[in-house]
Design a binder for this molecule. Structure first.
Ligand code: GTP
Length: 512
């Protein structure tokens, strides 16, 4: 006699193929606890649907028994994979090992009892083959392990549904659809199974595999249309809660709908009760006023910390903007480091005043400003007298110390707007905004006396005033240098104010 397949068998074969495809598809995408259990569940469903489809078309009891063995490759493990799947949806790490043992051992035990039923009849006490309406129906006598399996199946469906319900309630709207799909998928087999168990199914056909097959179809559609497998809770939980950056998700009305653990470190006020609150009550609204795809960073200062906030719009591929994600990180240390490096690059290491580069940069800025506003500006250059002798007699360290003390003394006598820099060796330059040449000469004289008094050092000084002829740092330096040279020539330890008419005379003196 041959197999006789009718429409229900064909439906089950198609469903088994879909379930098999889903199983392979899930494993090829990602191997997480969720996808592994999902793949296992779909594989078991495929075995059940295929075996029952074949059973319905079987010609006799011997063939039916073979097909039942195929079905029972999957049936005992369905509850195990179902609980594990729901657990993995709620907790991405999956079910703890100690919890897994009980359902797994139960599944293996039921599997073994079924496969050895001929020896003890603990599963089926009897089997009777009939054909009705073109379908092979097997009336079975139900043994204690059969009832154990039914109880196990029902309890596991209930536990899985409860876990998924919790996941659905906790999920943000973006994930709710997936949680709902999973939940809906669990009810069909249950209802169909109850119809069969209560004798309400037509011709005593076991409707459970049809329910499982329908679930397979729902999941296939969900996978294709809603990317069910790609929006795994893994993305939300492992990545979301594991990263060091704070993440706050806002809906389209800029209300808080989700946040990760790190975000609570940056905003201690942030807690579950703030879900639904306006984001502006927590985060500086300037951070998300105009979210750009390029996500420019906004620096917010809170509690003495500098928080860098990046704003990303959340939208479906072609749809409208669903919300906004704020990515937050503490950049206080980074900014302090940058400030430190910037300072190092502008400060003279030995004396703590501006280095040559910074001195030129700031002085040029002041020269430009004074020229633009027609304000006076003076320029002083100081050179320690006989510094080489100090180095040679007292040592370089004493020379260094003297330079430090001179810088300290000078700084103490200057205004905050004056610019003091070490130009090199034992030479210092001071740029004095809003100061005439004669006023600067008096200040220079005072500085000279102070350095002698406090540092026991003598200095030669050149002073120059900004005019329309010398309105650049280089020219001011050249003229001030000339005046300084004049001080040295005139016997050191003095101040010379540069006057344009002097230049020719002094050059001639120098050439003599
Ligand atoms: N201790 C110390 N010495 C330095 C430093 N930079 C340059 N010098 C020395 O400073 C001396 C500068 O000497 P000069 O200005 O040329 O000559 P001087 O002995 O001061 O003579 P006059 O300028 O004519 O009074 C040189 O011997 C340099 O080696 C420094 O950072 N620390």
């Amino acid at each position: 006699m041959n197999f006789d397949f009718s429409a229900p068998s064909i439906f089950l074969f198609v469903s088994a193929t879909l379930c098999l495809w889903l199983s392979i598809h899930a494993l090829r995408r990602q191997t997480t606890s969720f996808t592994r259990n999902y793949a296992g569940l779909m594989l078991c469903a495929a075995a059940y649907a295929l075996g029952y489809g074949l059973e319905l078309g079987s010609p006799d009891l011997i063939h039916v028994q073979v097909m039942l063995r195929i079905q029972y490759l999957g049936i005992p493990f369905l509850p195990y994979f179902w609980i594990s799947l729901a657990w993995a949806y709620l907790e991405p790490q999956g079910m703890p090992l100690r919890w897994k043992y009980l359902p797994l051992c139960l599944s293996v035990a039921i599997f073994l009892v079924f496969q050895t039923n001929d020896l003890h009849h603990l599963y089926y006490t009897s089997q009777e083959f009939t054909r009705s309406n073109g379908l092979s129906i097997t009336r079975i006598g139900k043994g204690p392990v059969y009832w154990l399996n039914i109880a196990y199946l029902n309890i596991s469906i209930a536990i899985g549904a409860l876990l998924l319900f919790r996941a659905w309630r906790q999920a943000i709207p973006l994930y709710r659809q997936q949680a709902l799909m999973l939940l809906a998928g669990s009810f069909l087999p249950w209802i169909f199974h109850l119809l069969y168990q209560t004798g309400l199914s037509p011709h005593q056909i076991d409707l459970s595999p049809f329910g499982i097959a329908a679930t397979g179809i729902i999941y296939s559609l969900a996978t294709l249309n809603h990317k069910m497998l790609s929006v795994l809770p893994l993305a939300r939980d492992i990545v979301f809660d594991g990263i060091a950056e704070g993440v706050i998700v806002l809906d389209s009305n800029l209300r808080i709908i989700d946040f990760n653990h790190a975000a609570t470190r940056f905003y201690p006020k942030l807690m579950l009760s703030m879900i639904g609150a306006e984001a502006a009550t927590l985060v500086n609204p300037a951070a998300f006023a105009d979210p750009l795809p390029s996500a420019q960073a906004f620096i917010d200062s809170t509690d003495g910390r500098k928080l860098e906030i990046r704003c990303y719009p959340l939208r479906n591929k072609h749809g409208p903007q669903l919300g906004t994600a704020l990515l937050i990180q503490d950049v206080s240390k980074k900014l302090a480091l940058i400030d430190g490096l910037r300072e190092l690059a502008t400060i003279d290491e030995l004396t703590g005043c501006c280095n040559r580069r910074r001195l030129i940069e700031l002085s040029e800025r002041e020269v430009l400003r004074a020229t633009r506003h027609h304000q006076p500006l003076a320029f002083i250059i100081l050179d320690v007298d006989d510094f080489k002798t100090i180095n040679d007699t007292l040592g370089h360290l004493a020379g260094d110390d003297l330079l430090r003390r001179i810088a300290f003394t000078l700084r103490g006598r200057l205004r905050s707007t004056d610019i003091l820099g070490r130009y090199g060796g034992d030479e210092f330059i001071i740029t004095l905004p809003e100061t005439t040449g004669s006023a600067a000469a008096l200040i220079a004289q005072e500085l000279l006396e102070h350095c002698f008094e406090h540092c026991d050092s003598r200095m030669s000084i050149g002073v120059v005033e900004l005019t329309s002829e010398n309105n650049s740092f280089t020219e001011l330096l050249r003229q001030a240098d000339f005046a300084l040279y004049q001080s040295k020539l005139d016997g050191k330890n003095r101040v010379t104010l540069y006057r344009p008419t002097q230049e020719l005379v002094d050059i001639r003196t120098m050439l003599r």
